[in-house]
Design a protein around this ligand. Structure first.
Ligand SMILES: Cc1cc2nc3c(=O)[nH]c(=O)nc-3n(C[C@H](O)[C@H](O)[C@H](O)COP(=O)(O)OP(=O)(O)OC[C@H]3O[C@@H](n4cnc5c(N)ncnc54)[C@H](O)[C@@H]3O)c2cc1C
Length: 290
């Protein structure tokens, strides 16, 4: 399968999706149907999370392999280094490589709810930038490496300039591209890219887009990941938050506007947090794809 960097050489814009491994067998069967529907939209790549929200870590690479082998679409395996020692990470990367996977999203992750005080020891990685360097040292150029970026700063680092400097370390240590945390005010994205360019970061920064289908759920999630629920969002969605259909329609309209503005302003593509649903991403993509 193709490295993302090779796709970038061919295409000025990429359109991609994120999935997460479901916790149940029933959810897994449903996901296979969703992947089929998403594959029909011909994305440039699909990424699959690793252990996010307590989800199964084992299934991530099976799903990426399925996406690649069955649908011939490039897959990206997320990999978090929290709770793993360096030797385990090396074995996991060797397994990923054997499976024909050529792209990873190198992340630190967060200690799980049941082990919130976990601290890295001398055999662990402290930051994702160390994971990037480790991948390059041990696997050369085999993998295309993506990293997470935070237009509003990371929850633990609200100083946006400092956080941007940490992002630069990830790139200097071998990362090829950035996928951002979700955000709703495009100014935050454009300012972030400008901050990174000033620091000499040339890598593509793919904006992470979440279509809003459940406003209350979104507000809870934003509290956990540090994304701002803007005044505009509150004005649109609070009055209709108990009306599913109205929320879905407004969510699509908002995302279409957000995506069009991002592309018009120079964003090199869009990465959709699909929440394992093919709709409404299909409707949005049909309206904004170039
Ligand atoms: C696109 C995307 C995909 C994600 N996928 C997953 C997933 O699959 N599974 C999952 O569990 N989580 C996932 N997450 C969440 C992510 O794991 C958390 O946000 C986590 O808290 C930070 O991960 P990171 O890789 O950005 O960490 P890091 O880059 O290591 O940063 C962590 C913190 O340390 C600070 N920092 C970094 N370097 C230094 C340094 N040298 N000195 C001091 N401070 C430093 C940063 O500012 C930040 O506050 C994802 C997030 C995004 C945006």
């Amino acid at each position: 399968m193709t490295k993302i960097t090779d796709i970038f050489e061919q295409k000025p814009h990429t359109f991609s999706f994120e999935l997460f491994p479901p916790k149940t067998d029933e959810g897994y069967q449903k996901l296979l149907e969703t992947i089929k529907a998403l594959a029909g939209l011909k994305p440039d790549f699909i990424s699959v999370t690793y252990g996010a929200g307590g989800g199964s870590r084992d299934k991530t690479f099976d799903i990426v392999q399925h996406i690649q082998d069955k649908h011939k679409i490039t897959g990206v395996a997320h990999l978090t280094c929290v709770l793993h020692n360096k030797n385990e990470i090396k074995n996991i990367l060797a397994d990923i490589k054997n499976r024909g996977i050529k792209n990873v999203l190198a992340l630190r992750g967060d200690p799980p709810k049941e082990n919130p005080d976990w601290q890295p020891g001398k055999d662990n990685f402290r930051y994702s930038s160390e994971l990037c360097a480790f991948i390059r040292k041990n696997f050369g150029e085999h993998f295309g490496i993506g990293v997470a970026g935070f237009p509003e700063g990371h929850l633990l680092c609200q100083d946006r300039d400092r956080d941007a400097q940490f992002l630069k370390i990830k790139i200097d240590n071998g990362a090829d591209f950035v996928i951002t945390q979700l955000f709703f005010d495009n100014k935050n994205y454009f300012d972030y890219v400008a901050r990174l360019r000033k620091l000499g970061v040339k890598a593509r920064v793919l904006p992470g887009i979440i279509p809003i289908t459940d406003y209350q759920g979104l507000v809870r999630f934003c509290g956990l990941c540090g994304a701002t629920v803007t005044a505009e969002l509150k004005k649109i969605f609070e009055p209709i938050q108990n009306d599913k259909e109205a929320t879905l329609k407004a969510g699509i309209d908002f995302a279409v506007r957000q995506c069009q503005e991002l592309l018009a302003g120079g964003a090199p593509g869009l990465h959709f947090y699909t929440l394992n649903k093919s709709t409404p991403v299909d409707t949005i993509l049909n309206q904004v794809r170039r």
